[in-house]
Every structure is written in C-alpha cells, then in structure tokens.
Design a protein around this ligand. Structure first.
Ligand SMILES: Cc1cc2nc3c(=O)[nH]c(=O)nc-3n(C[C@H](O)[C@H](O)[C@H](O)COP(=O)(O)OP(=O)(O)OC[C@H]3O[C@@H](n4cnc5c(N)ncnc54)[C@H](O)[C@@H]3O)c2cc1C
Length: 418
C-alpha cells in the first residue's frame, strides 16, 4: 500500500512513524516548508499521547526533551487557588505527561521518521490539488520551486494543519478558522522557580488569563525556562499566523496587577526573548473526513483551542489509530472508515467540550461567583462540583486514568509478533 502524508508537523510525522511500525513501509511525507525549522513554543503531551509514543518505542527520545509536570493548578486573577490536581503518573496513569518545546518535539519526530522511512521527507512541496483516479488511487499535485509535480498513492493523508489545503479542497466554502475574540501571546521566559518547580498553572478567567509551565529543570542560578500563554479579549483581526512576533512591553502592562506572592506575571512576560501573537481559533467539527482514499488527521481534521492542552496529543492518537486500522482492516476503504468511526465522533465531542472552556470552567465559575476573590473556595464552588468539572473533560478527551490504562493497544498484532 503506497501512502502519501501531506505535512511534516506533529501529526504527519507521528503518522509516518506509526505506519512504519504497523508494517506499512511505502510512505512518503510532503511538506510545504523548504526546511523543518522547529518553530513554536511550548506544547503539552498528555498521558494518552505518551502511551502511543511509548508503544512506538520513541518515548525515551521525546522525554529527554522536556519535563513531567506533576500538578495542574488553577487560580483566580488574584493568585488565589481554585483547584489543583495531580498529573501524569502522579494521577495514576501508567504514562507521564510531558511539557516540551514544540520545535524540539517536531525536530525529534523528524529525525525518528527519517531514520525509519525509505524515502526522505520531500520539502518545499505545497499541496494544491487531489484527483481520484478510475482505479481508486489518488493523485496529489504540489507546487514546488521547480514547478508543479504530481504523485500517486493508494492513500493520501492530509496532516497539513489548521490551514489545511486538503480540508479546503473538500470544504471550499469553509473560509478562515473561526475566532473566539481572545488573543494569545505565547513565549518562553527564564524566571526564578515557582511552587514545586513541576506545576503547570492557569490563573484568571475567560476575559484574561495567564498559563505557565516549566520546560526544563532549573539551572544552578535557580531560574528555569517557562513557557507561558497570556490571553485577553482585545481587538484584532483573528488572522491565524503561528509566527507573528510582537513587543513584550504592552503585554506585560496588561498584567501589571498580577503580582502574586508565588509568581510575578508581568516580570515573567517582560523577560521573554520573543512573544508570538496568535488568535484563539479552532475549526468547526466536520461531517466527513474521508473522501475516496483521502482523509484528514490532526489539526486539519479538528484544530481546537489550546485550553485542554490536547491538540498535539490528539494528532498523535489519530496517527496511531489510522495506522492500526489500515494495517488490520480487510481493505483500504474499510480501514479508512474504521479510522473515521473511531476518531471523528470523539473529536466532535471534544471540540464542543473545549469550546465550552473545557477544564477551565472552574476559573470562569470563580469569576462569576466571586469577582473580587474569596476567603474560602468551598463556599464559591463546592469540592464535588470542582471534581465533576475535571472528570467531565477527561471523559470527553478519553483520558480518565482507568480508561486509558485498560484500553487495548493500538499496536497491530502483526507488529507485536515482528
Ligand atoms: C509554525 C507552527 C508553530 C506552532 N506552534 C505551536 C505552539 O507553540 N504551541 C502549540 O501548542 N501548538 C503549536 N502549533 C500547532 C501544533 O503543532 C498543532 O496544533 C498540533 O501539534 C497538531 O499538529 P498537526 O501536525 O496537525 O499540525 P501542525 O503541527 O501545524 O503541522 C502541519 C504541517 O503541515 C504543513 N503544511 C501546511 N499546509 C501544507 C500544504 N499545502 N502542503 C504541504 N504541507 C503543508 C505545515 O507547514 C506544517 O509543517 C504550531 C504549528 C505550526 C505550524
């Protein structure tokens, strides 16, 4: 089975490795960029993604790039604690959570893919069209510096991100990703350690928020690299460009009063080398991913808000699920149908849950019920309600510890035997 993957991002590279491990070896990846430069800032990989990377045999290579957060803690805009929960292995998962620089993750996946694939990644190839042939194969057309080229395969996987060309070919009237009206400023800063050095924090509410997590252990000087996302409802265009750099000064000023006794938010923002501005956009759920023998994967299929830290993780699970079904189904069409059945309804539910603020609902409730802060959080949001909000999101995202720990592996039996 000849397979083409469009896009060498997190999902496309994970798909290439997954297909290879599942015994599908005739795989070529086409990427629009002329070089894979490892762009971005931090990204979280949740235990359900670490399970897949572990079963692919690449988790150790990835784990050394980041740190395992032990706790996720939510605060109001005054730095008062609302909710905290253990994460990763401390929460009972058999696999850790990992905070990692997206660019380093992408480069590591590229190296792992290139070590396995027979064909090099075809850089500088931008998908422009796809045609279904009479024999059921699919032909992709690419724009390159040397002019247009074509490539034909039995399956084409569109893993080309939130601005997916493959998706636009199937849904030409869809237009730009819808914008929530919130703007995100993402950066990496070096600041003194806070809390237990292994806690991911979220402070604020639906109007203004600050998220931060360490990306590496502290140096001898007691400072550590911390990824942050500052978020606020401001004007703007909502145009989604991952690489738009802005001046940290005005962003730090917006958070001027957010000086907690455990974290100085404006100082953290001001110390960033670079801040990237990005609108909080996602994609509507789709009624169909698979057309002929083409399908969608990762952000191309279901780009979601970052508030559940789930975009990269779900792309990796798509990759493993697709490889499993293509390797184990009686036909290509049956494999693609099984993939879509396994993933699309689940991602439709997750997109809806993430739009409804996902696990951050506790912060919104704290703001609505106690806008000036509180003396006792139990009087604002009872403990049982906080527990329920956290559990509801994990159920929707498929990562309740007992469910994930017990679920059958996505490694095909034939690959286990090899
Ligand atoms: C430059 C960049 C920076 C990012 N930074 C962050 C970050 O800091 N934090 C975070 O959480 N998420 C970030 N993301 C998004 C994150 O990687 C995804 O949300 C998630 O990992 C799902 O991955 P994906 O493979 O579906 O999409 P992506 O990782 O976005 O990968 C899509 C790939 O497809 C390629 N592509 C696009 N169009 C075409 C085409 N027509 N033909 C061929 N190739 C094409 C792109 O160049 C890209 O390499 C970033 C994405 C990009 C592209």
């Amino acid at each position: 089975m000849k397979i083409i993957i469009i896009g060498a991002g997190i999902g496309g590279l994970a798909a290439a490795i997954s297909l290879h491990e599942a015994g599908l070896r005739d795989v070529t990846v086409y990427e629009r960029s002329a070089a894979i430069r490892g762009l971005g800032v931090g990204i979280n990989l949740l235990p359900h993604a670490l399970r897949e990377l572990t079963e692919l045999g690449v988790a150790d290579a990835i784990a050394e790039l980041g740190v395992e957060p032990r706790t996720l803690a939510y605060y109001n805009r005054f730095g008062q604690p609302i909710w905290s929960e253990p994460r990763g292995r401390d929460a009972g998962y058999r696999w850790p959570q990992l905070s990692v620089h997206r660019g380093r993750l992408q480069l590591a996946l590229r190296d792992l893919a290139e070590a396995r694939l027979a064909e090099p990644i075809r850089l500088g190839h931008r998908l422009t069209g796809v045609t279904t042939n009479v024999d059921g194969t699919e032909t992709a057309r690419f724009a390159t510096d040397a002019g247009p080229i074509e490539a034909t395969a039995d399956v084409i996987i569109g893993a080309d991100g939130i601005h997916s060309a493959m998706r636009a070919l199937r849904y030409p009237a869809e237009g730009a990703p819808p914008w929530s009206g919130l703007t995100l400023w993402r950066g990496v800063t070096r600041i003194p350690t806070f809390l237990d050095r292994r806690t991911m924090i979220m402070a604020g509410d639906g109007e203004q928020k600050f998220v931060a997590y360490p990306l590496a252990p502290a140096d001898a000087d007691g400072r550590m690299p911390v990824n942050f996302i500052a978020e606020r409802r401001v004007g703007g265009t909502g145009e989604a460009d991952w690489n738009r750099a802005v001046d940290p000064g005005p962003i730090a000023e917006m958070f001027d009063e957010w000086r907690f006794d455990w974290l100085d938010v404006p100082a953290a923002i001001a110390a960033a080398d670079e801040i990237l501005e990005y609108p909080m956009v996602d994609r509507d759920a789709l009624p169909q991913w698979t057309f002929g023998r083409t399908t969608l994967l990762g952000d191309a299929a279901h780009a979601m808000y970052p508030n559940g830290s789930n975009g990269g993780s779900q792309a990796i699970i798509d990759a493993r699920t697709l490889a499993f079904h293509l390797a184990t189904s009686e036909s290509i069409d049956a494999g693609l149908a099984a993939y879509e059945q396994a993933r699309r309804p689940a991602m439709t539910a997750l997109l809806a849950g993430t739009r409804a603020t996902g696990p951050e609902r506790v912060m919104q409730l704290a703001r609505e019920r106690a806008p000036q802060g509180f003396a006792d959080i139990d009087e604002v949001i009872p403990y049982a309600e906080r527990v329920q909000i956290a559990a509801d999101y994990k159920t929707a995202a498929g990562f309740l510890p007992e469910v994930l720990n017990e679920r059958p592996s996505l490694t095909p039996p034939s690959a286990v035997a090899r």
